[in-house]
Write a protein that binds this ligand. Structure first.
Ligand SMILES: C[C@](O)(C(=O)O)[C@H](CC(=O)O)C(=O)O
Ligand SMILES: [Mg+2]
Length: 302
């Protein structure tokens, strides 16, 4: 009831422990607080908050148009929906290193367990598209140092993402990751690696925790969790997966209604009213006011 039952600091402790455990932490993307509730109920280790999903939800492309205020508000609401740690996509930090510092402070205060900053230029683009450009190593180190220096909770995780694999090649991307780790990053996000051998090379070259991005329709092979764990990766994100599942269903459903003039055929596949109420802990609110949940639902399948 009322979302998270533990303070953000405890979630960060759990995230740190998970990163040190040698296990693979599975963190699906949640595009809304309600989706985060299902992520928690289905037994995942954390919640990922995707910039691509957040901007798509605003019907915007993922090119750095969202503001820190929008990202912190939505990210905070998602983070506060569960007791799981949430990792949020902070793109390039929303500007200069000083902006990356403020971004870190604001996202920490919003209840996130960590953020990732990437080494793309502004305007950025999805890491799985062609013709990306990256800033110099020195500039990215400035972003990372600013973020590390701005956190007040030492357990807030600063993840550094490198997009250099597609631009400068694998060895240069690994060298960047090492430099980012030396600058204080806690976790490295190796963006758009092609196949198992590249994930393996990254693991061999970098000695801090690593994150794998299993986004669909991208440049990386979709490796399963057992494979990523065997390769020594610490976190896997499925960033836009829930949005793609939902939007596929929304579009197909709307086409059916447009064609049939009714949603009747779609009802069996819908989340029921009862299940929705269960997810939002409806009945529990009766402890404040016993008239809140004094109705019965219409039928067995409600
Ligand atoms: C991880 C990512 O940064 C995101 O915003 O979710 C995207 C995902 C995607 O566009 O598929 C990225 O990989 O750039
Ligand atoms: Mg992104």
């Amino acid at each position: 009831m009322l979302g998270s039952t533990i303070p953000a600091a405890s979630k960060r402790v759990a995230f740190r422990a998970g990163l040190a455990s040698g296990r693979l932490l599975r963190m699906p993307g949640a595009f809304s607080p309600l989706v985060a509730r299902i992520v928690a109920e289905t037994g995942f280790d954390g919640v990922y908050i995707s910039g691509a999903a957040l901007s798509a939800d605003l019907a915007l492309p993922d090119i750095g148009l969202t503001t820190l205020t929008e990202v912190a508000a939505r990210g905070g609401a998602i983070a506060q929906a569960t007791d799981l740690p949430s990792l949020i996509d902070a793109d390039t930090g929303f500007g200069e290193p000083l902006n990356a510092a403020r971004t870190t402070r604001v996202l920490e205060q919003a209840g996130l367990a960590g953020l990732h900053l990437e080494d793309q230029v502004n305007p950025k683009r999805c890491g799985h598209l062609d013709n990306k450009a990256v800033v110099s190593v020195a500039e990215m180190l400035g972003r990372i140092r600013a973020a590390v220096g701005a956190r007040t909770d030492p357990n807030f995780v600063v993840c550094a993402r490198t997009d250099a694999r597609a631009v400068e090649g694998l060895p240069a991307a690994i060298d960047r990751a090492k430099a980012y780790a030396d600058a204080g990053a806690d976790l490295i996000f190796a963006e758009a690696l092609a196949d198992e051998s590249e994930f393996e090379a990254f693991r061999a070259g970098v000695d801090i925790p690593l994150l794998a991005n299993m986004t669909e329709f991208g440049k990386s092979a979709l490796l399963d969790a057992a494979t990523l764990e065997r390769l020594g990766f610490n976190v896997v994100i499925y960033p836009v997966t829930t949005l793609r599942i939902a939007m596929g269903a929304v579009e197909a459903g709307l086409r059916t209604i447009a064609a049939d003039g009714t949603q009747a055929a779609l009802v069996p596949a819908m989340q029921t009213r009862a299940r929705l109420y269960e997810l939002v802990d409806y009945a529990d609110y009766n402890q404040f006011d016993s008239s809140v949940y004094n109705f019965t639902l219409g039928g067995a399948d409600q």
